[in-house]
Design a protein around this ligand. Structure first.
Ligand code: ADP
Ligand code: VHF
Length: 375
């Protein structure tokens, strides 16, 4: 008998020391939509076992809105932000309490961490959140994270916890990310439709090129569907963090042998906190449009961006602001820190460096301040 081939990604996920586990609303609720204590306990059983085996565990849990429905006598997930926030305000309390009790069965202490996108986008907040996580973990507590729905306005929302989990995985320097949902793996298309094929391994971004990632599941409680999980898995794996995507009912196996679901290998190398923040966490203030030669230079050869390769400028930004670098096809290929104010650029772009006045011969985006993005 030949032994099953275990991919490197699965080995990395199985032996990871610090892990981030994200669970979706649909995996924590009953058919009627309320919080299901049995499902929550089953998840915590698996997390506590991993903690007992020596891993540091960070849990990103959705479910606040779902948990708030019944107490507020709402029959389904509200569509408007204000009612979602009210439901989250009521439900987060129930959710956190349920986790505290459930982890308490194993004498594990939980700490609640509620984050808005601002806490990751602003560098000072990012560092602050990093310190909090690091201290909680050092003290042996399990951070239980959710979006701070009650104060997050439409503009400053993450909107989906898959992305939040990928950002938290980087923020805490996790060795693996687990995305637990109500579907056992990634499929080539929506598994509710015939013909979808299960994908076990994703070794590089091109392995998911043809995948049709559909919207949220039948429960009506999830938000992003598979598309947001796929984006989050790409975000984490391109920043050097392997990902395992499977259903919450497989949490036990996922967190021990990792021989279930879809494994995403870490493709890119780990970025420093500053480069990760620059590439993925912060908001951009403007856009620079690049010709093909400039894209090849900055993405392929990791060179600085010079004025000669820029064909257009959008937005109102100052030197020091973050901008997106866009190809002729309209794809955002990199992000970087602008070396000039947007008002200065129109007279420089398209011109060779030696044709420019001496004080304007510096790079528009220096290579050290430029992060090519995962495609
Ligand atoms: N290509 C695909 N592979 C797997 N699942 C998919 C795919 N496209 C759409 N889905 C659906 O995405 C759902 C999971 O997303 P969602 O309901 O948002 O989960 P969660 O609440 O866990 O975040 C699954 O139930 C599945 O039906
Ligand atoms: N913050 C929201 C969850 C948003 C969300 O991403 O939900 P899901 O798609 O179920 O992971 C809540 O706790 O209800």
């Amino acid at each position: 008998m030949t032994a099953p081939v275990v991919s490197q990604a699965r080995q990395a996920v199985a032996s990871a020391n610090r892990i981030v586990v994200k669970v979706g609303s649909s995996s924590l609720t009953t058919a009627e939509g309320g919080l299901d204590p049995a499902r929550l306990d089953a998840l915590v059983d698996a997390l506590a076992a991993r903690a007992a085996a020596g891993s540091q565990v960070v849990l990103v849990s959705s479910g606040a809105i779902a948990a708030g429905l019944a107490p507020l006598k709402l029959s389904r997930r509200p569509r408007d932000l204000a009612t979602q926030q009210a439901a989250a305000s009521v439900g987060q309390l129930t959710l956190a309490h349920a986790y505290a009790n459930s982890f308490g069965r194993y004498s594990l202490t939980v700490g609640q961490v509620l984050l808005t996108a601002d806490d990751v986008v602003r560098r000072a907040h990012y560092r602050n959140a990093q310190r909090t996580f690091s201290r909680l973990l050092a003290l042996g507590a399990v951070p239980v994270v959710n979006e701070n729905d009650t104060v997050a306005t439409e503009e400053i929302r993450f909107g989906d916890n898959d992305r939040l989990a990928a950002l938290v995985a980087h923020l805490v320097g996790a060795d693996a990310l687990f995305l637990l949902s109500d579907v056992d793996a990634l499929y080539s298309g929506d598994p509710r439709k015939p013909g979808a094929v299960r994908i076990a391994e994703v070794a590089s971004a091109s392995d998911v090129d043809g995948v049709k990632a559909g919207t949220a599941g039948a429960s009506g409680l999830g938000t992003g569907g598979m598309a947001s999980k796929l984006a989050a898995a790409r975000l984490a794996s391109s920043a050097g963090i392997p990902v395992l995507l499977t259903s919450a009912t497989e949490a036990g196996r996922a967190l021990t042998s990792a021989d279930v679901g879809t494994a995403f290998a870490a493709t890119g190398s780990r970025l420093t906190a500053r480069r990760f923040w620059l590439g993925y966490a912060t908001d951009a203030n403007g856009r620079l449009h690049l010709d093909d030669g400039a894209v090849a230079a900055v993405v392929g050869r990791r060179r600085s961006l010079l004025a000669a390769g820029i064909t257009g400028v959008d937005g109102d930004f100052e030197a020091g602001d973050v901008v997106e670098l866009v190809s002729l096809a309209g794809e955002v290929v990199a992000r970087g820190v602008a070396g000039y104010d947007s008002a200065e650029l129109p007279s420089l772009i398209g011109r060779k460096t030696h044709d420019l006045p001496e004080e304007q011969r510096r790079e528009v985006v220096h290579a050290d301040d430029l992060v090519p993005l995962a495609r």
